[in-house]
Every structure is written in C-alpha cells, then in structure tokens.
Design a protein around this ligand. Structure first.
Ligand SMILES: Cc1cc2nc3c(=O)[nH]c(=O)nc-3n(C[C@H](O)[C@H](O)[C@H](O)COP(=O)(O)OP(=O)(O)OC[C@H]3O[C@@H](n4cnc5c(N)ncnc54)[C@H](O)[C@@H]3O)c2cc1C
Length: 475
C-alpha cells in the first residue's frame, strides 16, 4: 500500500461543522496547543495536524468521521500518545483524541467484565476493577497516561502477559466507528459466542487504520491475595531459560512475571538511577526478576518460591537469589527492571529491536544475535532485556562509549538486518510489542508472509476504501 494519499486541506465548511457539533473548546486549531498531539514522547516522530478534535461520545466520533470523509480529510485516532513507533502522529490529518470519552459504562463482578470507553486511562481501568474486588491485569510502564483504546489498537503487552495474555486476550466485545461513519456495536460480554467471524479481533492491533475504537468490554480476574518476588543471578541466558522451564513446571500459573536483565542493564541502572542498590555482593552475567501471584490467601508463595529456587541452586542453574520479604523490597527489585530504559538512555545512543521468538529459542537467539552484532561492531554493548515468558526481548544495542552517536546510528540498517534476519530464521516476529506504526513499515514488507500481507491490504481496502484512517501507518 502506498504512502498517505494527498488529501484536502481543512476547509471552513468542515471546521464550522466540527465546531457547531463539539464547541470551540473541543476543536483545537492553534499550532502551539496542538503540539502535544503532533509529536510522540521521544520526539523521534513529529507531524502536523489540521485540527485536534475531542469528541465526548460515540455519536460525536461518527459525526466527525462522516464530516471528514465528506471533505476528503484524513483522520488519526489518538489515545494517550504514548506509542513509540509514530503510529499516532498525524501528517496533515485531523487528530481524533479520545480522552474525553472516559466513562466506565458498566461493571459486572459476577460476569467478571468491565465496559469502558476508549479514552479511559489504563490505570483508571485497573482501579475501577480493583474497587469492584477484581483484577484487570494489563500493566505497563505507561499505564498512568496510555488509554485503553490505544492499548487495544496496539494489542499492548506488558509485564503480565505470561499469566493473562496480551490486550487481545483480555477483550470480549468492542464498539467501533467505521470509515463510513457507521457504528459496529459489538459490546457483548459473552465468554462463548460462535457467530461467525470474530470482528473485534480485526480492530485489535490494527493501529487505528481500520476504525476508531470507542468502547470495549474487558475481562476481569480474581484479585491476587498473595505475591512473592525474587531476583536471581545466573551465568548465562541459557541458565535463565532452564530456570524458567523449571519454575513453569513447579509453580504453574502462579508464575506471573519472569523478566530477564543482562549484566549491562543492571550495571547501567545501578550507575545512573538514583536510589537503586546492588542486589548481590557480586555481579552475574544474567539476572531474572520473578513474580508469583495467587488469589488464594492461604498459599505461602514465598515458601514455594524459596523451595523452587533451592532446587535450582542445587542443580547449578542459579548462582544467587534474593526473595523480597516486604512490599518495599519487592518494589525495589521491580525498580531495577523498570529503570532499564531510562538507564540505557544515559549510556548514549541505542538501536532498538522489539522481537519475539519461541521461548525455547530465546537463549540461542541471544547468543547468535550477540555474535552477529559484534561482527558488525565489536565494541557495541548489547542490552537484551524483557519478557522471557513471552519469548519477547527488547534487543537493544548501545553505542560504544567512545563512538560518535550519529556514526553509530548510521549503522542501524546493518544491525536491523542482522537481528531481524535471525528472528525470521527462528520463526519469530520483528514486532512483539508497540506495533508497526511508521518505524517498522519497511521491515513488515520484508518479513511478513506475502499472502498475509496481501490479505491485510484487502481488508484495509474493504473497510476503508478511501484510505481515511491513519494513512501511511502499518501498511
Ligand atoms: C514508558 C512506556 C512503556 C511502554 N511499555 C509498553 C509495554 O510494556 N508493552 C507494550 O505493548 N507497549 C508499551 N508501550 C507502548 C504502548 O503501545 C503504549 O504505551 C500504549 O499501548 C498505547 O496507548 P496510547 O493510548 O498511548 O495510544 P497512542 O500512542 O495514542 O496510539 C497508538 C496507536 O493506536 C492508535 N489508536 C489510539 N487510540 C485508538 C482508538 N481509540 N481507536 C483506534 N486506534 C487508536 C493510534 O492511531 C496509534 O496508531 C510503552 C510506552 C511507553 C512510553
């Protein structure tokens, strides 16, 4: 599919129709007021909006879509604008920002469902579930500002995928405004529903290219009543994988998170992030942060984790371990993991890959990818961290200490080729989280199965024949 079609500028007719409907306060045209909507957080991507419109309800969204279609103006749906791949950045489009659509429409603890509008902040959704004595398990570092509509549009992952799945697995129903202005009312709260194609799944992960998600029915789970957190030190990613395998068998679904940190990441965090403390007296090549949770208040998770780690120690799988004895200690361990991205920035420029491979291939992947990257630049520093249980790594390459950052970034195509070719060889994915947006469009064309790609293009044409929604993204 080609780049964004050349469409019409904003006309007085369109502007006055939008203002008549939404009021001047909710149609932003001042350039400086539009700044937060036209660039993403890291400022890697920025663009230009014809206007930013703030609908209050689904009918408003349908009205905006009809008007923009009539006037030949493109639309970029936007949530919290925390995406990192340029997907929500407009290029001479109208931005439909969903933040005012933030009502919790319904909560049904017995059915274990929550019906929310797309503009609800993820943390607000989590809190609403907790207030009803339930868990909404989607959790990621941007949860204080990203919106559930954006989470669904990008099929967000996060730290609990191992136990609960991606955003895709947490949805029972969706309401979506289509490119012709009609509303697909799929807000069913059913666990069983075999009535043909599962239309909602088309929109989840579609990055705003097929429709505007306006509401969703989300699945809830029992609240955890017990938690255990540990950090372990190992000699290699192979040992980390062996530990994961053992814990998954011994601890089953209580294993909620299993995160990998290499020595480089731990060192960078301890060097650059204030208030962090070394967990062990000596350094290890690889670390795993492990969390167990259970809704059973009588289950002694610390004892189970201690016993499993003792087995691992006896079998020479791990070298050291610390189990948190308080929630403060648990938070301190999580801080080590959650500060990796921040610490890596302090280490200079980095070339990032967000990949997944089958879990069983993860350690092999790291070994081979490290060798491939070092053959390009022997002094590069590799920061492969992430969600072992999902086979998902943030395989980031940091610049050598004494290299010019621009010269390093110029090597991006070579690193991308090396890492993504290896991912393809292992039947993995070049985009495990975050989506394709602008940043991985070319790589998608290179690595996606051509039949699947052709089907995606046909679906886009069928649902959005004028190319109204989010042109130039994903496809
Ligand atoms: C600090 C940080 C940590 C992160 N951690 C993770 C992580 O662990 N896992 C992960 O998967 N991602 C992570 N992300 C990226 C992640 O994609 C977003 O944080 C989040 O899911 C996007 O939500 P948003 O509301 O900000 O969407 P936006 O950034 O506003 O939009 C993202 C995309 O979705 C589309 N979109 C937004 N709302 C709608 C809607 N209502 N209907 C249709 N399309 C829509 C946009 O057009 C755009 O293409 C992280 C980002 C940051 C900044």
């Amino acid at each position: 599919m080609s780049d964004a079609p050349n469409r019409q500028p904003m006309t007085d007719g369109l502007l006055s129709a939008l203002i008549d409907r939404l009021g001047t306060d909710h149609v932003v045209t001042d350039t400086s007021d539009m700044v937060p909507y036209v660039q993403e957080q890291r400022r890697l991507y920025s663009g230009r909006a014809l206007a930013v419109v703030l609908p209050a309800c689904t009918d408003d969204v349908a009205f905006i879509v009809e008007q923009c279609r009539e006037h030949g103006v493109n639309i970029v749906p936007q949530g919290g604008n925390t995406g990192l791949v340029g997907g929500g950045v407009p290029h001479d489009s109208v931005v439909v920002a969903l933040g005012r659509m933030n009502r919790i429409r319904d909560i049904d603890p017995t059915n274990a469902t929550l019906t929310v509008e797309a503009g609800c902040i993820l943390q607000v959704v989590q809190d609403a579930a907790r207030d009803a004595g339930r868990l909404f398990p989607l959790s990621l570092a941007a949860e204080g500002s990203c919106q559930i509509g954006g989470n669904l549009a990008t099929n967000a992952g996060g730290i609990n995928v191992l136990r609960y799945g991606n955003a895709r697995d947490l949805v029972l129903g969706l309401e979506v405004v289509l490119a012709d202005g009609r509303v697909m009312n799929g807000l069913t709260a059913l666990r069983k529903n075999n009535t043909g194609y599962d239309m909602k799944q088309l929109f989840i992960g579609s990055e705003g290219t097929l429709g505007i998600i306006t509401a969703a029915v989300l699945k809830l789970f029992p609240l955890p009543r017990g938690t255990a957190t540990a950090l372990v030190g190992c000699d290699s990613p192979h040992q980390i994988l062996a530990l994961y395998d053992q814990l998954r068998s011994q601890l089953s679904d209580t294993l909620t998170a299993f995160e990998l940190l290499p020595h480089f990441a731990m060192d960078a965090v301890l060097t650059h992030v204030q208030g962090t403390r070394a967990p062990f007296d000596q350094d290890y090549a690889s670390y795993a942060l492990i969390e167990l949770t259970t809704p059973d208040a009588d289950l002694d998770l610390n004892a189970r984790l201690e016993s499993a780690l003792a087995d691992a120690f006896e079998n020479d799988v791990i070298r050291d371990a610390v189990i948190a004895t308080s929630s403060t200690q648990s938070q301190a361990l999580w801080r080590l993991r959650e500060s990796v991205a921040e610490a890596q920035i302090a280490e200079g420029a980095s070339i990032k890959h967000d990949i997944s491979v089958p879990v069983s291939r993860l350690a092999d992947f790291i070994e081979k990818a490290d060798a491939a990257c070092r053959s390009i630049l022997p002094e590069c520093r590799i920061c492969a961290f992430g969600h072992v249980g999902d086979g998902n790594l943030h395989y980031n390459v940091s610049q050598p200490c004494d290299m010019d950052a621009d010269a390093f970034i110029d090597l991006t195509p070579r690193f991308n080729r090396a890492v993504h070719d290896l991912v393809a060889d292992m039947n993995g994915s070049i985009s495990a989280e975050h989506g394709i947006g602008i940043s991985k469009r070319t790589e998608l064309r290179r690595y996606q199965d051509p039949v699947a790609l052709a089907m995606m293009e046909r679906i886009k044409t069928a649902l959005d024949p004028q190319g109204l929604f989010n042109p130039g993204k994903l496809l």
